[in-house]
Design a protein around this ligand. Structure first.
Ligand code: IVH
Length: 674
């Protein structure tokens, strides 16, 4: 296509895609299918590849991320990002209202809206285009996170309608509960510590180096204030209505996220409403914000150095109730990790009846000196399971004694172990502790592993109790005649179960590898290993050094794999499953992506790249048989150097005379057209 036609078509596609994006993410009312959207996006990608000079930084193709940022530049805010004074009671709100009234003549109108619990962001727009996104930082200066902000689908890259030529808009980036839970589920499966609350993850995500990961994390963003030099700002409320027209996501009056009002009673009514309704929201709010609506009046009131005098927040109390600790029981995980759980006298907390609470580990119990029969305080934090946050020592029984943590496995009686750097106790009886055996099988059939149709946790437990299975490999020897006599196993369920097991033989290699339940091998690591080694034999023959040569495989995972494949029982299981026809290799199509082009080469990737993300380049190196290393040494074969490569790496490479490849050189080398 010639350049003029391409320019027109790119503009057309950009407007169209931005419109669909707005319909989908902000109005929740898509007008075309995902497939059709992808077709348009692909067309745009194609044109931009053909004419790289026509590709704008704000193209809808930038939504998927890819650029890597090593250090985020610090930017001074044009208008400081202030914070808000907090209040916790009606009296304090009355005080605020009295202060405001004293300063102003005439009617005063307020807006009251949700206080989103995320991280503050300031977006600058010029001629309708997103120019920059900066975090709050210390209020005076923050980090330039524009590349990451571009991947947040609700942040418009190009505005519509009648917007001012130049302005800033402020808001809050947050993560929905569903996304947060999903990330934690993945971390749990990989035996990584779970994140405490969505706010922390939102904040961490915004500052991630790889924008393609940010894109996948589905951050949300509500905007609440506009600022600029020559704006025609009448009221805060009108501002928000305007901003919505330009394409921003703002507090929706229809959902009662924002109201206009003029009395403390109305403010209190709003607070009471959201104090209960907030539990139904798909994201966290930590309070509500009360603002004087008129911009003119805001100017009269002015700011202190820290916060405006025309606005204040009301913070909800974290819900906390007291109840009695009846007992502490221990759960034994599939890897033998022991988790203490508190049994509580039932109590109503944040919309649900609570009977159990997480106690984390022995240290946590000792730290709070939690004892059986104590009156304890339970709070719902960021996580679903409530936790014990304090003990009412004054209510303690005079005969109470300090809690003694279990020394032996509650399931098999084996003495528990605990190594110095671990928070949890472990049951070391890996092969005969019933809880661990059942836990491992439950993991194998779980949704993210083999996800076997017709086989759920209850049936699995039944088969185990009946002595039919004590290892996942036994599943594949089950016969119809053995199953029919069992309780709740009618002909149809037996057929479904056997069919499900048969179908599981075709589940991809990485799912099987994850299902084996090797310590520290979560779903993501399993994918990585499957792609790199392509089949189980290569993986089994890999040495510790081979393993740590794979990007993101550290000592801990490598050691665990070596141990796993050194254990005869595990080798027997694999051999048996192989004979039964399970999939122990990646598909030919995936395997064909691999070459030996870079075999024996140690390669360092450094800097920011424009065509691919750093992770993609590392993946290409692995796919072509090379090894990624993080630091430059005399053993480095070459460095793939992007923009702003780390200065110490560059100096070292120059000193050692190690060749530098540009992104294009490298892509040519692996004959990859991008
Ligand atoms: S207005 C001058 N409105 O709360 C500050 N802030 O404690 C004006 N926040 O850093 C802020 N939701 O990130 C305002 N609807 C809302 C808000 C909100 C959340 C955050 C904001 C600010 C912090 C102040």
């Amino acid at each position: 296509m010639d350049k003029n036609t391409a320019t027109l078509r790119i503009a057309e596609l950009t407007t169209e895609l931005n419109g669909h994006n707005h319909d989908y993410y902000i109005l929740s009312n898509p007008k075309i299918s995902d497939f059709d959207f992808d077709q348009l996006l692909k067309e745009l990608e194609g044109l931009e590849t053909e004419h790289p000079d026509l590709a704008s930084d704000n193209s809808p193709t930038k939504r998927v991320g890819g650029a890597i940022t090593k250090d985020f530049p610090t930017i001074k805010h044009k208008y400081p990002m202030l914070s808000l004074g907090n209040t916790y009671s009606k009296e304090e709100i009355i005080d605020f209202e009295t202060r405001v009234k004293k300063q102003l003549a005439g009617e005063i109108e307020y807006t009251v809206e949700l206080k989103y619990d995320g991280v503050a962001i300031s977006l600058s727009y010029e001629k309708g285009e997103l120019m920059r996104a900066v975090t709050r930082g210390n209020g005076v200066e923050g980090d330039d996170v524009t590349v990451n902000a571009r991947t947040i689908k609700v942040i418009p890259l190009q505005l519509k309608g009648d917007y001012p030529a130049k302005f800033e808009i402020r808001g809050e980036v947050l993560m929905k509960h569903s996304t947060f839970e999903q990330i934690n589920e993945e971390r749990r499966a990989a035996e990584e510590e779970v994140y405490a609350n969505p706010r922390n993850v939102a904040s961490g995500t915004l500052k991630m180096q790889d924008s393609s990961i940010v894109a996948k994390r589905d951050l949300d963003c509500y905007l609440y204030a506009i600022m600029g030099d020559d704006l025609n700002i009448a009221t805060n409320y009108k501002n928000i209505v305007q901003a919505a027209k330009w394409g921003f996501k703002v507090s929706d009056p229809k959902k009662k996220f924002i109201i206009k009002c003029s009395t403390v009673d109305e403010i209190m009514e709003f607070i009471d409403y959201w104090d209960t309704e907030r539990k139904k929201l798909p994201f966290d709010i930590d309070g509500i914000v009360i603002k004087v609506n008129s911009h003119q009046q805001q100017l009269v009131l002015g700011n202190t150095t820290k916060s405006p005098r025309w606005a204040i927040s009301y913070k909800f109390k974290a819900e906390k109730v007291s109840t009695k600790l009846l007992d502490v029981v221990y759960q034994v995980g599939r890897t033998g990790a022991i988790t203490p759980v508190a049994n509580l006298q039932s109590v109503f907390l944040a919309g649900t009846t609570v009977k159990r609470a997480s106690l984390h580990n022995a240290d946590q119990i000792a730290l709070l000196d939690i004892r059986i029969n104590d009156t304890v305080f339970v709070e719902k934090g960021g996580e679903i399971i409530p936790k014990i946050v304090d003990v009412d020592v004054s209510a303690r029984d005079m005969f109470s004694v300090p809690f003694v943590y279990a020394t032996n496995c509650p399931d098999c009686g084996t003495e528990l172990t605990r190594s110095g750097d671990e928070a949890n106790h472990y049951c070391p009886n890996e092969f005969s502790c019933q809880a661990q055996i059942l836990g491992k099988m439950e993991h194998y059939i779980s949704r993210k592993a083999m996800d076997i149709d017709g086989l759920g946790g209850e049936t699995l437990e039944l088969l185990f109790k009946e002595g039919l299975i004590s290892d996942v490999s036994h599943l594949y020897s089950l016969e119809k005649e053995q199953l029919l006599p069992l309780e709740r196993m009618a002909e149809k369920s037996v057929d479904n179960l056997l069919k499900g097991l048969e179908a599981s033989k075709d589940k991809p290699f990485d799912r099987l590898l994850f299902g084996l339940g090797i310590r520290f091998v979560g779903a993501t690591v399993a994918k990585k290993l499957a792609r790199y080694f392509t089949n189980i034999d290569n993986l089994m023959n890999a040495s510790f050094e081979d393993l740590i040569g794979v990007d993101e495989i550290g000592d801990r995972i490598a050691e665990s794999l070596v141990n796993y494949f050194d254990t005869p029982d595990n080798l027997d299981r694999i051999e048996f499953l192989k004979q039964k026809g399970l999939t122990f290799a990646v598909s030919e199509e995936d395997a064909s992506k691999r070459t030996n082009l870079l075999e024996g080469k140690s390669i360092v990737v450094s800097g920011v790249f424009s065509k691919m993300s750093r992770d993609d380049i590392k993946t290409l190196i692995e796919d072509n048989g090379g090894k990624n290393t993080s630091s430059v040494s005399k053993n480095t074969s070459f460095v793939v150097a992007g923009e702003n490569m780390g200065p110490s790496k560059l100096a070292k490479a120059e000193k050692l005379g190690i060749e530098l490849f540009s992104e294009d050189d490298f892509l040519k080398l692996v004959s990859k057209d991008v």
